[in-house]
Design a protein around this ligand. Structure first.
Ligand code: ARG
Length: 588
């Protein structure tokens, strides 16, 4: 289906042409004086110079050419030369009915679908999942759903941090605590036990303990670095331990992400990239891309147009060890080999931007990816507490994700029980659903690149620009529709027929904007614009609701029209929250 704005623009273009002016002047925008009109065009002002005519004269001629039976219901030329437009209700109603009848509410699919990979989540195995990783998961999941909804072939990859120093730390600490385990016996030739010698609870205690100890004790730190090195070089006992750490951690991560409604198609990680490194490095050397700089192997990536210094991409340290750059390049080698993506989107903390500039340039320059592969860095800002500093627990420690979720769920449960609309058993699952909307909407409604303040009280409020408010609106619509059905009437033989009141027309227009908004959200990868839209839509709906007697309306056709409009509003809101990564309960 065409976008509403395009339909209006096309009609106005024809009027410009019929009046003897170029159609490029017919640029239509939303009105900035909603009290006067719905849409406006300032093209007559722009055309005045070119056609040596007073703008108002042009505006009047164009208005005279607008057909009387089109989507533009009323047009007015206003001094000094504005064209004010109002849409025709009948046409809008027809448009909305088509949305209702079409799959995906009339949103067209991408004409040439692309293979897109989304690198998001990025947790570090064995370290507890904390709020720092929350944003990547929330934003990435929404980007995945939006790009997929538009018809692309999308794969989400968690890209675990599973190959670093933290693994060496855990191995070293285990060796200190349980030196008799077979993993540490170099002469051991049997099979290693199937069962891990630790639980997730142990790991969560071992890692911070080891990390803190290493900071104070150089020899211990050396040992951990050595263990990391041996693991990376394939020492069997350490590989077996690594596998245990992976199994235990990944099971725990899966549970956590499931609670967040975040689902990855691939659970690959840095470790998977390692096998591509030797060949890649050899080729970079052979083809003259890499050179030695102070003992390290690097690829220059600076460009003439740079305004600030872009250091070379580091391929190998002087001791031969691979680095973060190396791993991300090798991951691209693997992605190119296995999936051949047209585009890779990295949803990562914006403080890592320089790293990605280096990696992207190096990958392009050296042919690791194709010339036209679109590598995009979607950097996000920090989630701060009310004090403006990175979000912490009340005691000042690092906030664990599951504690944050539990806190919000508790708060939601209290509110829901106060409302007394759901039974106690249902309150628990409802609290989870609504709590998640509070967190996700609170995050996504901010432009991703900006820092934002995680304000629990504001985010969990049922009023204002919040997830719970959006859900409350959906629940309200669902309840009216259910009551309507309970009177024995069917939801399916309803049809929107033009508006009676202003609030109703406003709701119709807002609903009609859906596909246009979604297109922008998709092109700009901007979930915050989807949030802004559903907030507007919910507000317009609630004004209509307070203004209109729906269930007691006696004129049947009118009532059916209201119901159809409600259905459409519900469907749009439900589609949008799904694209944002949360869902709505039946009651709350
Ligand atoms: N594990 C990394 C971190 O916690 C994030 C990974 C981001 N993705 C990537 N391909 N480098 O900082």
């Amino acid at each position: 289906m065409k976008k509403l704005l395009d339909l209006i623009t096309e009609e106005l273009e024809q009027a410009f042409v019929d009046a003897g002016y170029e159609k490029e002047l017919a640029k239509v925008t939303l009105s900035n004086r909603p009290d006067l009109c719905e849409y406006q065009c300032n093209g007559a002002m722009a055309g005045a110079k070119k056609y040596h005519k007073a703008p108002i004269a042009i505006a009047e001629e164009v208005v005279g050419k607008i057909p009387t039976d089109g989507i533009i219901g009323a047009a007015q030329a206003v001094k000094p030369g504005f064209i004010n437009l109002k849409t025709d209700e009948g046409h809008i109603a027809g448009y909305l009915n088509r949305m209702l009848s079409e799959e995906r509410l009339g949103v067209g699919k991408e004409a040439s679908p692309r293979t897109i990979m989304i690198d998001y989540g990025g947790p570090n195995v064995a370290k507890p999942l904390h709020v720092g990783h929350l944003r990547s998961a929330i934003i990435g999941e929404s980007i995945k759903r939006i790009t997929r909804f538009m018809g692309n072939h999308v794969t989400g990859d968690i890209h675990l941090g599973d190959w670093g120093y933290q693994m060496g730390l855990i191995i070293t600490e285990l060796k200190k605590r349980q030196p008799d385990l077979p993993y540490f016996d170099d002469g051991y030739t049997g099979e290693y036990p199937e069962e891990a010698p630790f639980t997730i609870g142990d790991l969560e205690e071992i890692y911070p303990a080891a990390s803190a100890y290493a900071k104070e004790h150089d020899d211990y730190r050396e040992e951990a670095l050595e263990a990391t090195f041996q693991l990376q070089n394939g020492k069997p006992g350490y590989r077996a331990l690594w596998q245990h750490i992976m199994n235990v951690s990944v099971a725990d991560l899966k549970k956590n992400y499931e609670n967040l409604n975040v689902e990855f198609d691939l659970w690959k990680g840095e470790a998977d990239a390692q096998k591509y490194i030797p060949d890649m490095v050899q080729r970079l050397k052979d083809e003259g891309f890499a050179h030695l700089d102070d003992g390290a192997l690097v690829v220059d990536v600076k460009e003439d147009a740079d305004t600030k210094e872009i250091p070379p991409c580091m391929i190998l340290k002087s001791d031969g060890a691979a680095l973060y750059d190396t791993t991300d390049l090798a991951t691209l080698v693997e992605r190119e080999k296995l999936y051949r993506p047209d585009k890779v989107i990295y949803v990562v903390d914006k403080r890592q931007e320089l790293h990605f500039v280096q990696v992207f340039r190096c990958a392009k320059k050296t042919g690791i990816v194709r010339e036209d592969t679109d590598l995009q860095f979607l950097g996000f800002g920090t989630m701060n507490g009310k004090d403006g500093k990175p979000f912490k627990t009340r005691e000042g420690g690092v906030m664990r994700l599951e504690h944050l979720l539990a806190d919000i769920t508790d708060k939601m449960r209290e509110k829901i029980m106060d409302n007394r609309t759901v039974a106690e058993e249902e309150a628990e699952s409802t609290a989870k659903i609504v709590g998640l909307s509070a967190i996700k909407y609170g995050d996504l409604s901010n432009q991703a690149s900006k820092d934002y303040v995680f304000d629990v009280d504001r985010f969990t409020s049922f009023e204002g620009n919040t997830g719970p408010y959006i859900l409350y609106t959906i629940v309200r619509i669902k309840s009216i529709l259910k009551k309507y059905e309970d009177t024995g009437k069917s939801l399916s033989d309803t049809e929107i027929v033009g508006a009676k009141g202003e609030e109703e027309k406003a709701l119709m227009l807002e609903a009609a904007k859906f596909s246009g908004i979604l297109q922008t959200v998709y092109e700009e990868l901007a979930p915050h614009k989807l949030c802004a839209y559903i907030y507007d839509l919910a507000n317009v709906f609630n004004r209509f609701y307070h203004d209109t007697k729906i269930l007691t309306e006696e004129e049947e056709q009118r009532q059916r029209s209201y119901i159809a409009l409600l259905k459409l509003t519900r469907d749009i809101l439900m589609t949008c929250i799904d694209l944002l990564g949360f869902e709505a309960p039946d009651r709350m």
